[in-house]
Design a protein around this ligand. Structure first.
Ligand code: SF4
Length: 411
């Protein structure tokens, strides 16, 4: 056997994404139903980090190549850089991590010193790092430390550039705080930053959304994610919903359209229904979810799609701290896989590769879905050729009802 044959016979290791959940927040936003708790106690956070390290050790594998790590939450920036560094070191010891791994950390805008002094009555002996999100005193050390330990992408939860809107949804920061955080992150060397923008906020109008778009785009982030406000049962905003005038479906559709055209004018590509990126700056981690690639979720309430199974971690902090991490493991049927593959793939501008579909499911896409796709194509919602099928911009706007027709479910 020649060296070339040996190389050919060596299988490339499968790629893996890691999602690491940090379930702490400084305060709870009024619309939030994520698994996150208000934390003012650094001991509690340290105890959680130790439990997380134990889980990472127990689930480590050398059979995959980790190419993305995503710290989500919650507010991961409530951990100090030393704690994030210990988590990353533990990942490197227990997994094979590729050299150009994308390491993203979600953070909230830092609040100013004045806000901290005025608004946060913490008398519990916490150090300055504990008082605000990340670095409240603005010297940028926190971000510099994050860069040193290998974090190379930030996702900053800005949501709106209008302070009264931020206040209505219970966010602690102002747009000035967000701008300041963004520029400190840049000065600290972050050249890959994503920001979030929300639409459908109570009291938001087309004009105020335009202002937010202009201000947020002018930051020059590499990536922007957009969300419409969801009124989730059990949240304070849901209980208070009758007090607000909320956007109806038509207004939300107009807002979405306005967002898309502003982003495009600013040079962002609309690569997924809710995500925009400058060239080459698409989120590598989130793309795994849309392509059904494997990922392992670590931490409280984290989900995994790993080894053909969907794994759900416990939401019970007491159990998690005792090492009882996994709540459920479910085999995923071929039918479910096929549904997810189409549903998630069609959220992206790349769409679905028909040959990849055949390789995964042994089904000819055109035979099974061709007729329905043709009808929607005639209506102007799809683009397709011999290899790819994708929703176009018009299709993105009504994606739920189009997908319901193609995939045959009630919407
Ligand atoms: S910062 Fe995020 S996770 Fe925390 S309460 Fe607000 S929306 Fe929820």
């Amino acid at each position: 056997m020649t060296m070339i044959d040996i190389i050919k016979n060596q299988k490339a290791p499968r790629k893996l994404g890691l999602y690491i959940h940090i379930p702490f927040c400084r305060t709870k936003c009024l619309y939030c139903d994520f698994c996150s708790f208000v934390s003012r106690d650094s001991n509690e956070r340290e105890e959680y980090v130790r439990a997380l390290l134990r889980e990472i050790k127990s689930r480590g594998t050398k059979e995959y190549l980790v190419d993305t790590i995503y710290f989500g939450g919650g507010t991961p920036s409530l951990l100090n850089a030393e704690q994030i560094g210990r988590i990353l070191a533990c990942v490197r010891e227990n997994f094979v991590v590729c050299e150009d791994v994308e390491v993203t950390l979600e953070c909230n805008p830092m609040i100013s010193k004045r806000d901290v002094e005025d608004a946060v009555p913490y008398g519990d002996g916490l150090d300055s790092r504990d008082v605000g999100d990340a670095d409240p005193y603005g010297d940028g050390d926190y971000f510099v430390e994050l860069r040193k330990i290998g974090v190379n992408r930030l996702s900053i939860g800005i949501q709106s550039a209008i302070d009264s809107e931020l206040k209505l949804i219970g966010r602690r920061h102002t747009f000035e705080d967000a701008k300041r955080t963004f520029s400190i992150a840049r000065e600290s060397g972050f050249d890959n930053i994503s920001v979030d923008l929300m639409f459908g906020i109570p009291s938001q109008t087309g004009d105020s959304l335009e202002i937010s778009l202009r201000r947020i785009i002018s930051l020059g982030a590499e990536h922007i994610s957009i969300y419409s406000l969801q009124l989730e049962e059990g949240t304070p905003i849901y209980r208070m919903r009758n007090r607000y005038s909320l956007a109806d479906d038509d207004t939300l559709a107009d807002m979405y359209e306005a967002v898309v055209s502003s982003m495009k004018r600013a040079g962002y590509s609309h690569y997924e229904i809710s995500n925009f990126a400058k060239a080459g700056r698409e989120s590598r981690h989130n793309s795994k979810y849309w392509r059904l690639d494997e990922y392992l979720g670590l931490g409280l309430a984290a989900h995994s799609d790993f080894g053909g199974k969907r794994i759900e971690n416990t939401k019970d902090m007491g159990k998690y701290l005792l090492g009882e991490c996994v709540e459920n493991e479910l085999e995923i049927s071929q039918g479910e896989r096929e549904f997810e593959f189409l549903m998630l793939g069609l959220r992206t501008s790349r769409g679905i590769s028909k040959s990849e579909f055949f390789a995964r499911f042994g089904i000819d896409f055109d035979e099974k879905y061709g007729e329905k796709v043709k009808i929607c194509e005639k209506m102007g919602y799809f683009l397709q050729n011999d290899e790819f099928v994708a929703l176009n911009e018009r299709g993105f706007e009504v994606s739920n009802s189009i997908l319901a027709q193609i995939l045959d479910f009630d919407y």
